[in-house]
Write a protein that binds this ligand. Structure first.
Ligand SMILES: *Cc1c(COP(=O)(O)O)cnc(C)c1O
Length: 460
C-alpha cells in the first residue's frame, strides 16, 4: 500500500515513510492510494488482536513484526478483558460499543497503544530517537503518555494548563513516574500550551537538532487503528453480512467517525454514520447545509474533547467527495484560509454527502445532562458527557429494524463534575483508579514561554 497526499504534490510513500510524519510536505494529509476490501465472513469470529491484524495488514505491508506488535498493543490486561471493545446492549437494537476500557479511560488509547508499539519498532529499526512534544487539555496527552511510557528511544514532553483540567485528568498524567515522561504544567490556558508548541515547532533548527515529533490525530496509523472496532462492533450485533448497522459518533477532529467511513469504503455494511457535535458545531453545520465555516473562537463545554474550531481530519473526507482531485481540495482550502469558509451546497458534490452515509445533529449542555439522566434511569448505566452527545443525536436518527451502535468514547469517572450535576451522585470508578488523587505527582511548573520549554527539552 502506498500513501498519497490530499494536495497531490507529494510522491507516493510507503507506510513506514509516513509513520513518524505529520502533514505531507505539500501541506496535505496522507491517505491510502486505494481502498482495500474487507473479507467479512472470514473476519467475523476473530478475536480482537487477530481482527486488528487482518484490518491493519491491508494498510501496513512493510512492517514484518506487525502481528506481534498488534498482539502487544491489544493485550487483555491493558483493556480489561479479551474483548477489548465489548458491546453493551441497552435494549434490543440499541447498543454501546465500549471503547474506553484502556489505561486512560478514553477511546484514544485504542489508537495510541498501537502507535506506541509502532514508534518503538521503527525507531529501533532506524536506530533513532524521538522527542514527542504535545499540548493537551486532557484526553490525548494522557493517552499518549500511557502509550509511550517506558518505550525505548522515546521521550514525551507534554504541556498541560496548570490547574485547568479535572482533578482526575491531571492526576492521571502527573502520577506517572516513568523517566521518559515529562509533564510541563504551563501557567496559562490550553491555548497558551498550543501556542508554545507551535512556536517550538516553528524553530526548524531546534526541531531537527532535538528530533521533535508529534502524535496528533492526523497520523494515519491512528485512523487505521480506529477502523478495527467498527468491524468488531458490527460483528457483535449482527448474525450475517446481510444486516446493515448504523453507528453514532461524538465528534471533534473527525478522526473517529472518519475511521467508520473507511470501514464503510472497505465494504462493511454501515448504513448511516451519525455525527454528533456539541456546541462547537462546525461539522453538524456542514452535514446539514453543505457550508463548512471555521469558528473564530472555541467554546469551552462539558464535553471538552469535542471542543474544536476546525476538524483536522475533515480534508481526508472532502478529498473523497471531490473524486480525489487534489486541485479541488487545494482550491477549497485556499478559500477556507481566505474567507474562513467554503460552501458545497450548490456543487455537484453535495448529493454525495448523503450517499456517503453521513447525517448529523448537535447536543448542548442541557441535552447532555438529560441524556445522562435518561440512560441512567432507563438502563441503569452511567455514561460520560461525550457519549451522551452521541446517544442524544443517535436517537433522533434511529430507525426500526436497523441496529444502532453508539460509540462510548470515555468513562464517566473522568468527568465527575458533570455526572454529579446530572445525577447528584459520583460516577463509578474502576478499582485501580480509586486512590488516584492521593498518589505522588511529578510535574514541572513552567511559564507559557517557548524559550523556557526549549531550555527544558535541551537539558532533558
Ligand atoms: C477525542 C475525543 C472525541 C472526539 O473524537 P474525534 O476523533 O476528535 O472526532 C470524543 N470523545 C472523547 C471522549 C474524546 O477523547
Amino acid at each position: 500500500m502506498r500513501y498519497v497526499s490530499t494536495r497531490g504534490a507529494a510522491a507516493p510513500q510507503r507506510f513506514t515513510e509516513i509513520l513518524l510524519e505529520g502533514l505531507a510536505p505539500d501541506g496535505g494529509l496522507y491517505v491510502p492510494q486505494a481502498w482495500p476490501k474487507a473479507d467479512l465472513p472470514s473476519w467475523r469470529s476473530l478475536p480482537y488482536p487477530a481482527l486488528a491484524y487482518e484490518v491493519l495488514s491491508k494498510f501496513i505491508d512493510d512492517i514484518p513484526a506487525l502481528e506481534s506488535l498488534v498482539k502487544r498493543a491489544y493485550a487483555a490486561r491493558t483493556f480489561g478483558g479479551e474483548e477489548i471493545t465489548p458491546v453493551k446492549t441497552l435494549e434490543p437494537g440499541l447498543h454501546l460499543l465500549a471503547l474506553a476500557n484502556g489505561p486512560t479511560l478514553a477511546f484514544k488509547d485504542l489508537a495510541l497503544q498501537l502507535l506506541g508499539e509502532l514508534f518503538e519498532w521503527i525507531l529501533k529499526e532506524k536506530n533513532q530517537s524521538l522527542n514527542i512534544l504535545g499540548a493537551t487539555s486532557g484526553d490525548t496527552g494522557s493517552a499518549a503518555e500511557y502509550a509511550m511510557r517506558g518505550k525505548r528511544g522515546i521521550r514525551v514532553f507534554m504541556l498541560s494548563p496548570h490547574q485547568r483540567m479535572t482533578a482526575f485528568q491531571s492526576a492521571q498524567m502527573y502520577a506517572l513516574q516513568d523517566a521518559n515522561i515529562h509533564n510541563l504544567a504551563v501557567k496559562g490556558v490550553f491555548d497558551d500550551c498550543q501556542d508554545v508548541v507551535k512556536a517550538v515547532n516553528a524553530d526548524a533548527a531546534f526541531k531537527a537538532q532535538h528530533r521533535i515529533g508529534a502524535v496528533n490525530s492526523i497520523n494515519w496509523a491512528r485512523v487505521a487503528a480506529q477502523v478495527v472496532y467498527y468491524f468488531k462492533g458490527y460483528f457483535a450485533v449482527t448474525k450475517d453480512e446481510r444486516q446493515s448497522v448504523d453507528f453514532a459518533v461524538p465528534s471533534g477532529n473527525f478522526g473517529n467517525i472518519y475511521a467508520g467511513y473507511v470501514a464503510r469504503r472497505m465494504g462493511l455494511p454501515i448504513r448511516k454514520l451519525i455525527l454528533a457535535s456539541n456546541e462547537n458545531d462546525v461539522l453538524d453545520e456542514f452535514f446539514r447545509t453543505g457550508k463548512y465555516r471555521i469558528k473564530r473562537k472555541v467554546q469551552h463545554t462539558t464535553s471538552p474533547s469535542m471542543d474544536i474550531s476546525k476538524a483536522s481530519n475533515f480534508e481526508r473526507y472532502v478529498f473523497e467527495l471531490v473524486d480525489r482531485d487534489p486541485a479541488r481540495v487545494k482550491d477549497l482550502w485556499r478559500r477556507l484560509e481566505a474567507d474562513g469558509e467554503f460552501d458545497l451546497s450548490h456543487s455537484p458534490y453535495w448529493p454525495r454527502v448523503a450517499s456517503s452515509g453521513f447525517v448529523s445533529g448537535k447536543s448542548s449542555h442541557h441535552d447532555r445532562l438529560s441524556t445522562i439522566r435518561m440512560v441512567f434511569e432507563k438502563y441503569g448505566l452511567m455514561i460520560d458527557p461525550h457519549t451522551a452527545d452521541g446517544v442524544k443525536v443517535a436517537l433522533e436518527h434511529r430507525e426500526p429494524l436497523v441496529p444502532l451502535v453508539c460509540l462510548e468514547t470515555a468513562l464517566p469517572a473522568k468527568f465527575a463534575a458533570t455526572l454529579r450535576e446530572a445525577l447528584g451522585r459520583e460516577p463509578q470508578r474502576p478499582a485501580e483508579w480509586r486512590h488516584l488523587e492521593q498518589l505522588p505527582q511529578r510535574f514541572t511548573l513552567i511559564e507559557p514561554d517557548a524559550d523556557a520549554v526549549k531550555r527544558y527539552i535541551a537539558s532533558h
